[in-house]
Design a protein around this ligand. Structure first.
Ligand code: ADP
Ligand code: MG
Length: 255
């Protein structure tokens, strides 16, 4: 291996998320076509591609918010459960941050972060609150703990959403276009939090078109188009010399 220290996430380990030959349809639409994707522990993978290419569906399938018809998905060696307690635990292992922040509107910031750990992980309230405050500190919104989501800016809400996902101590974090609903001046405050998570060794799958983030934090870029993974490469290689015509065409539109 070349100099490990130079790679964005130094301690890349054994496979954590393994998507093997997964196919999914929405009616006649073949939305995921023979998808193979392995994400190792500590790895940061950016998924990029045109609108409608299946990026969100892939994330939702990994988190079992969507079903699939063939193939298999394992998280840390365990297959995705269908329902019940097992599924709740899987969801806890896979943190998800959406484009629209999806915070509970009628709960305070602190309650948003403590809810999962107390209900699903059965952590004591006092302990959950202590951890939540540390996480809110880490994402820079500890002073907003008593407020309600609507009283926060979009960037602050998204950072709370990240803290809420982290509170479950997930094995992997999925981010689906976490900055695309934000005003431009708030994008960096969210990307900075994500970059530091990546540097700390969190395993991450990130759907984003933010190339700065990909270059700084990702080990790999996966390019999707029409339900297929068309190309995978290191960020620098992908952005400077994409191989496929579809990737070239896509990059010419966003660059
Ligand atoms: P992306 O995130 O890359 O923009 P999506 O995964 O959201 O793409 O969507 C992929 C395709 O699947 C699109 O054509 C979209 O319209 C379709 N699609 C997504 N969700 C559904 C759904 N629940 N029912 C039917 N079609 C859907
Ligand atoms: Mg999407």
């Amino acid at each position: 291996m070349p100099d490990q220290e130079a790679s964005p996430a130094a301690a890349v380990g054994a496979p954590l998320v393994v998507v093997d030959d997964v196919n999914k349809h929405f009616g006649d639409l073949h939305v995921l076509k023979d998808i193979d994707l392995t994400v190792k522990r500590g790895e940061v993978v950016v998924v990029i591609g045109p609108s409608g290419s299946g990026k969100s569906t892939l994330c939702r399938t990994i988190n079992r918010l969507e079903t699939y018809e063939s193939g298999s998905i394992t998280i840390d060696g365990e297959p995705l459960p269908d329902e019940g307690k097992e599924l709740a635990r899987l969801r806890a292992d896979v943190g998800m941050v959406f484009q629209s922040f999806n915070l509970f509107a009628h709960k305070t910031v602190l309650e948003n972060v403590t809810l999962g750990p107390t209900k699903v992980r059965k952590v004591k309230k006092s302990e959950a609150e202590k951890t939540a405050m540390q996480l809110l500190e880490r994402v820079g919104v500890a002073n907003q703990a008593k407020k309600y989501p609507a009283q926060l800016s979009g960037g602050q809400q998204q950072r709370v959403a990240i803290a809420r996902a982290l509170a479950m101590q997930p094995k992997v974090m999925l981010f689906d276009e976490p900055t695309s609903a934000l005003d431009p001046e708030m994008i960096n405050e969210v990307l900075d939090v994500m970059t530091s998570l990546a540097k700390e060794g969190m395993t991450m799958i990130v759907v984003t078109h933010e190339m700065g983030f990909a270059r700084k934090a990702a080990n790999r870029v996966v390019f999707m188009s029409d339900g297929e993974i068309v190309e995978e490469a290191e960020p620098e290689t992908f952005f400077t010399s994409p191989r496929s015509a579809r990737a070239k065409d896509f990059l010419s539109k966003i660059l």
